[in-house]
Design a protein around this ligand. Structure first.
Ligand code: NAP
Length: 308
């Protein structure tokens, strides 16, 4: 066996798992396909993580989590997991470059942004269509942009974009935001934000780059053109759990189903964070999941030792 526990994903859930498993003196590897920190790095400030009375810079928070884990001797490698399999009590984790053996696996892969599924969406991604305001927002200084979605992410990012753009349209398919009230109130008070309620994008306009959108009102079916330089899509996220194939039970959206011990139906396979079916997806709940998953993985490994 190469490792006691292999953790897939280095966002808040994976790093918290690494922290607890490392402190339990287990031999731990974290595999991350991109960079440590996860999707939370796409947001600039975190204002709802306990203990930060002002705002925590997401980069600092995640860099501290990473350091804490590394200081415990946990290995972190940049490799993409492409498949996992079980033989007896041993888990085989295949990445794009190696294969590892472990006693337990914690899946903490987070999620990826959902697409709208419209014609030209792929063609104009990077040419006016974006899924990351932190990355692309500064390109729209003095311009007009639109954001699609009504959840916390859409509203946080619409507020962020007002720092650069002259005008930001918020296109939402209902007449009420899903986002937390404190964020919704901030957006409604911002003069640069124009709400397009009960609206969906019917068509994307532009060939070489985005030139505008055709919006459809879902109630009266009327259409109107919205001229804009960029559109940021925030219509939710889906878990990136395909590599699990049929190993773990998932819900209709692909979220892994676990019990309160973060156990999947497979002994030794745990899930934590946003990829899990749960009621609240936040940094604090991801960290909590990670701690529980590591603790329960440790108990599972001890139970195997006792069997021997
Ligand atoms: P979300 O909460 O699932 O919201 C997605 C939004 O997109 C909803 O308003 C939804 O409309 C809309 N939508 C979905 N499919 C659509 C489509 N095909 N066309 C048009 N609109 C569509 O996703 P999220 O905002 O990315 O947040 C994900 C999770 O992270 C949530 O649990 C959220 O609370 C959490 N989060 C928290 C914070 C924070 O605490 N500061 C920040 C970011 C994210 P309906 O409302 O009509 O369903």
């Amino acid at each position: 066996m190469d490792y006691d526990v292999i953790i897939i994903g280095a966002g808040p859930a994976g790093l918290a798992s690494g922290l607890y498993a490392g402190r339990a003196r287990l031999k731990v590897l974290i595999l991350e396909k991109l960079s440590c920190g996860g999707q939370v790095l796409l947001t600039e400030k975190i204002e709802n993580y306990p203990g930060f009375s002002g705002e925590a810079a997401s980069f600092d928070l995640m860099a501290n989590m990473q350091k804490q884990v590394k200081d415990l001797g946990v290995d972190i490698c940049t490799e993409q997991v492409v498949g996992i399999a079980k033989d007896g009590h041993l888990w085989y984790i295949k990445t794009d470059s190696k294969e590892y053996k472990a006693g337990a696996v914690i899946v903490a892969v987070g999620s990826v942004p959902k697409k709208l599924g419209l014609q030209k969406e792929e063609l104009l991604t990077g040419k006016g269509i974006s899924y990351c305001a932190t990355c692309d927002g500064p390109l729209y200084r003095g311009k007009v942009v639109a954001v699609v979605g009504g959840g916390d992410t859409a509203v946080e990012e619409v507020l962020f974009l007002t720092r650069f753009a002259d005008k930001v349209f918020l296109i939402h398919r209902r007449d009420r935001l899903r986002a937390t009230e404190i964020l919704s109130q901030r957006a409604k008070a911002n003069k640069k934000i124009v709400f397009c309620w009960d609206s969906v994008i019917d068509k994307i306009v532009g060939e070489e780059k985005l030139e505008g959108l055709i919006l459809e009102n879902v109630k009266d079916k009327t259409k109107k053109e919205l001229v804009c330089d960029g559109v940021f899509v925030y219509v939710g996220r889906s878990p990136d759990t395909q590599f699990l194939e049929d190993l773990a039970e998932v819900d209709e959206h692909g979220h892994i189903i676990t019990d309160e011990h973060m156990r999947t139906g497979q002994a030794g396979l745990f899930a934590a964070g946003d990829c899990r079916k749960k009621i609240l997806r936040q940094v604090v709940t991801a960290a909590s999941d990670g701690a529980i998953a590591a603790f329960c993985a440790q108990q599972y490994l001890e139970s195997l030792d006792e069997e021997k």
